[in-house]
Design a protein around this ligand. Structure first.
Ligand code: NAP
Length: 290
């Protein structure tokens, strides 16, 4: 990354005000002495093509993309730019790189960030695991497909949205022919969960005060790994229930951190200062909760 003028970076989303990404990236720029600033841009639905063109002309250093724009960014870059293998697999872009020759690269660091977080928290990977994914939306889809390609033993998908569940099962069967995959109602997931080695919680249930645990205590067992993508609150009712019976748990902060660290490396070519980024996230989260 060339230095001199202030280089802008941004997260595009709608809504976007809740994001902790500016704290993490601005702390990283500061500690490395980079003249750069990361901000939030609220982009209404339909606004991605125009916004990407505009920010390219304004010489942004790089972008993140979040709900509801990841698929729109994928579609734009499929026709007007280049896509990484991961973005192509997931049909979703969360990181845009403006390359020196003026072209745009769409990548997705969410799923690799999840794998980094899983490795960091539990020294493990999806390989050989029976996996339950709760939620077949953007994040659940990305993580289920990644687990399939990382050698999962089987994948069970539960979602109240039957169309999303069906779409994900189809994508899994195409991406990993021969891998045992199945759909489940929540009632069935509550019974089948106990036999799974890794449970990934990728629904919004747990974000709001009063939300229940999607799974009861009988769904968990000692030694099982339970990964909830939610990080605020840090312990969702699902994680509290799993912890109470001795399951090993992690919230989504590690995934947020590592997807950000990977994006930082793609934009700047520098090793991300992960410890600084983590501390900034933890501090911002504490401020938000107090
Ligand atoms: P999404 O695209 O809206 O997908 C969520 C899915 O869960 C939808 O299919 C939704 O169905 C389903 N769902 C809602 N309530 C349910 C219930 N009671 N039981 C079963 N399924 C239910 O959202 P997303 O982008 O995938 O995000 C999912 C969660 O992950 C959010 O909490 C988000 O904050 C978190 N996340 C964390 C990170 C991180 O870095 N830590 C990254 C991405 C996402 P409907 O469509 O019918 O509502």
């Amino acid at each position: 990354m060339k230095q001199g003028r202030l280089i802008p970076f941004a997260l595009l989303g709608h809504p976007v005000g809740h994001s902790l990404s500016p704290a993490m990236h601005n702390a990283a720029f500061k500690v490395l002495g980079l003249n750069a600033c990361y901000s939030l841009l609220d982009v209404p639905p339909g606004g991605i093509p125009r916004t990407l063109e505009k920010l390219r002309a304004q010489k942004y250093g790089g972008l993140n993309v979040t709900i509801p724009h990841k698929e729109a960014a994928y579609r734009f870059l499929a026709s007007q730019g280049k896509l990484s293998d991961v973005a192509q697999l997931l049909h979703s872009v969360n990181t845009v790189v403006f390359r020196p020759d003026g072209t745009l690269l769409g990548d997705n660091t969410d799923a690799p960030g999840f794998l980094d977080a899983l490795r960091e928290a539990f020294r493990t990977s999806p390989r050989g695991k029976r996996i339950l994914v709760l939620g077949a939306g953007g994040a659940g889809r990305a993580l289920a497909l990644t687990c399939a390609l990382q050698g999962a033993e089987s994948i069970l998908v539960a979602d109240v949205n039957l169309a999303a569940r069906r779409r994900l099962l189809l994508a899994l069967r195409q991406a990993a022919p021969g891998l045992p995959v199945a759909g489940a109602s929540l009632a069935h997931a509550r019974i089948a969960a106990r036999d799974c080695d890794l449970i990934i919680q990728a629904t919004p249930v747990g974000l709001h005060p009063g939300d229940p645990s999607l799974l009861p205590p009988e769904a968990f067992r000692k030694g099982q790994i339970v990964f909830d993508l939610i990080y605020n609150p840090p312990v969702t009712p699902l994680l509290a229930t799993a912890q109470a019976v001795g399951a090993r748990t992690a919230n989504g902060l590690g995934m947020l951190l590592h997807q950000g660290a990977r994006a930082f490396r793609l934009w700047t070519g520098r090793p991300p200062p992960v410890a600084v980024m983590r501390a900034a996230l933890v501090k911002a989260l504490k401020t938000r909760r107090s």
